[in-house]
Design a protein around this ligand. Sequence first.
Ligand code: FAD
Length: 447
Amino acid sequence: MSKVIMEPSRQIPILDEADVLVIGSGPAGHSAAVAAARAGAEKVVLVERYNHLGGMATGGFVLLIPHLSFGGKVMSGGLQQEWIDRMEKRSYGSIGPNRADTGSVDPELIQKWAGYWGFVLNDNINYGAYLDPDQLKVVLDEMVHEQGDKITTYLHGWAVGAVMDEDTIKGVVIESKEGRQAIMGKVVIDCTGDADVCAFAGGGFDEDRDRSLRSASMASVYRLGGVDFRKFADWKTANFKEWYEVHMANMARITGFKMSPHATPRNDQCWINNWIPKYCLDIRDLTAVEMSVRKTMFEAIEYLRVNIPGFKDAYLIDIAPQTGTRGSRRIHGMYKLTKDDLDNTFEHEDTVSVVPPFNFSVCQTPTEIPYRVMVPSKIENLLVAGRSFSSSHEANDWSNLIPHCANLGQAAGVSAAVSLDEGTTVREVNIKRVQAILRDQKSYLPR
Ligand SMILES: Cc1cc2nc3c(=O)[nH]c(=O)nc-3n(C[C@H](O)[C@H](O)[C@H](O)COP(=O)(O)OP(=O)(O)OC[C@H]3O[C@@H](n4cnc5c(N)ncnc54)[C@H](O)[C@@H]3O)c2cc1C
């Protein structure tokens, strides 16, 4: 055992008391808070450790909301679709195919979008959008402000413990510049992405991972300006083998990890995605990811400038304020999504999200995600929404993208409001009413 010190016990002031307490404000947490308030919860408290809402979608510079359709049918709705609709109204807020063009096989449209990753699938137009991260921060704030007094937001508050009464969670302990404080909640929704709250509460979880999977890698994303992305996209479409086998391989040799440029709503900017096999709950790995990307960044940019059409005048704009985290703890829940769910077409009575297929070697039909994946096996009054839902690593890798996390968050928020209204627990919630409200909130549900 490593060396330890004893921390003396002490009184902790209560900062606030909520009906619904949401920890973490990424796609899941933001959606949970807004959906709970819209579904009638009177006092929602949203806590975020950083200075903005949106998690990876804003602070992580993960600009792509992908795979929102299948076989020409749009499978996007609810708050996730609202993000896109609001961002489309803003100058340089969003770029992507028109929703009405979903499924089109028009060669001109296919040519237009082929170099924009995610928008052409099986030779037809796949619905999705690239969003500007800073404008998205403003839009996410707006959606919270619209709820008036119903949502209280605390930025710069880091959840560090759970307040428990045996197996029932009663609140969360946070650290901020004010020191250590507690926030109580009748229902708590853990949207930290890493199931931090569930772990503090003593809920079980899995952490096994397969290093060949996307979700076992981390990133430090950065943005480039001075780019002609259209030129790059067209060149890449025509020279895919060379791009992939020569240039991506060369850049991986320079940096030590795979990296690739992606679109932004502005043609003169791109974001550099990267995949570094490290673990985001290890402080040494977190440090190594940040510093290794910065160490080789300028060599990689120079390679792009010299070798790749569209990058001649490229320069660094900024580095994502949040480290890219794709996967960590996955809770033990009332239902575990596994490879079986990807290989089959299961219908669930409590489906709250649907994942359209996007890689046919992994899955051929839409995958339904049941509400039970968010209900921990043994902790009461707690839901865990977002990427740490109950799942095997293969199934999680498939279904932890931004739209799926937002859908789970929205369902968790509505469930919290319904359970409080009806005086039930979130485990025993009236799921039919939750689904009916989700439909009213324009979520996509299969039935
Ligand atoms: C580099 C990269 C590229 C990706 N590419 C895509 C893509 O193209 N499209 C796509 O859809 N998905 C992509 N993903 C995956 C996607 O971004 C995430 O799976 C998704 O954002 C998870 O949403 P979430 O709400 O569960 O968690 P997060 O987005 O991680 O949000 C969690 C929030 O909780 C906060 N938090 C964490 N711990 C605490 C705590 N203890 N106290 C208080 N606050 C806390 C965090 O600061 C954060 O704001 C990518 C991920 C990465 C890293």
